[in-house]
Write a protein that binds this ligand. Structure first.
Ligand SMILES: *[C@@H]1O[C@H](CO)[C@@H](O)[C@H](O)[C@H]1NC(C)=O
Ligand SMILES: *[C@@H]1O[C@H](CO)[C@@H](O)[C@H](O)[C@H]1NC(C)=O
Length: 248
């Protein structure tokens, strides 16, 4: 009897550890060649998502910004005009294709985004040369372990990429109020000016403010709670394991 109680308790502890993480929906509206977007991506978003708090985000990337699109029904193609010119349309398409094609667009285990995609886009944002234009697709693919670089480039140069970018355009157009600053970050699908302003200088703080459950260490005002909690969990697990071992 005791043996089963111990097993049940052990299962409960392990289940709690493995339970679904609280994931805050975060949507980023940005442009591939926009200096403020590059700054936000490389200095706020990407560094924050290298920390423990990364498990608490459900990230949606929308590289479109102040572009516009018209459909040429005769040719059956989309025509885009991008904020920073045709090179930006191409760079946005590369990102749209990466988001869709890397590991089938699936998030990495226990995360609300794909780690390879995020690393690849961060590298492109960080290393792009505006004039003369150079998008280091090969270097970034190698550095970020992207194994379908050719598929992504092919997608960006064909209707596949145009269709994906047009979908991002549709998602941008329905934002309410209308996009007025690039980049714009929303939390839980809701635009708040204060959140967006603060995110440009301390994205992690805003993300932390939305997390209600089991905050990551970097979200604690003092780190002690997390240390105590994990110490207690470890203690309980170890003693249960010890008792189970004795019973069998
Ligand atoms: C639509 O595409 C056709 C065929 O490529 C072209 O001749 C025409 O000028 C395009 N129309 C517009 C409005 O761009
Ligand atoms: C795709 O298009 C870009 C920009 O128009 C061009 O520089 C590049 O060579 C093309 N890549 C492929 C694989 O066709």
């Amino acid at each position: 009897m005791l043996k089963y109680v111990a097993l049940l308790l052990l299962a409960a502890v392990l289940a709690q550890k493995a339970s679904a993480q609280e994931q805050i929906p975060v949507t980023l509206y940005y442009e591939a060649l926009c200096p403020d977007s590059i700054k936000f991506f490389t200095k706020q978003l990407y560094p924050t998502l290298q920390r423990g708090v990364a498990k608490n985000i459900k990230l949606e990337l929308i590289p479109y910004g102040r572009a516009s699109q018209t459909r040429n029904e005769t040719a059956g193609v989309w025509d885009f005009t991008c904020h920073h010119g045709p090179n930006e349309c191409y760079a946005n398409k590369i990102q749209a294709c990466a988001i869709s094609k890397i590991e089938g667009g699936r998030p990495s285990p226990n995360l609300g985004y794909n780690k390879i995609t995020l690393a690849f886009i961060n590298c492109l944002m960080d290393k792009v040369v505006i004039n003369p234009f150079h998008l280091p697709i090969d270097d970034c693919a190698t550095q970020s372990n992207v194994n379908n670089r050719a598929e992504i480039e092919n997608c960006a140069n064909h209707t596949d990429g145009s269709d994906l970018l047009a979908q991002l355009g549709d998602l941008t157009k329905v934002l309410s109020p209308k996009l007025s600053f690039v980049p714009t970050v929303t939390f839980k699908k809701t635009y708040k000016k204060a959140d967006n302003d603060m995110s440009q200088v301390n994205f992690q703080n805003v993300l932390c403010s939305y997390i209600t459950d089991k905050k990551a260490a970097e979200c604690q005002t003092s780190g002690s709670n997390v240390v105590v909690n994990s110490f207690i969990t470890t203690l309980v697990t170890v003693s249960l394991l010890a008792s189970v071992k004795h019973l069998f």
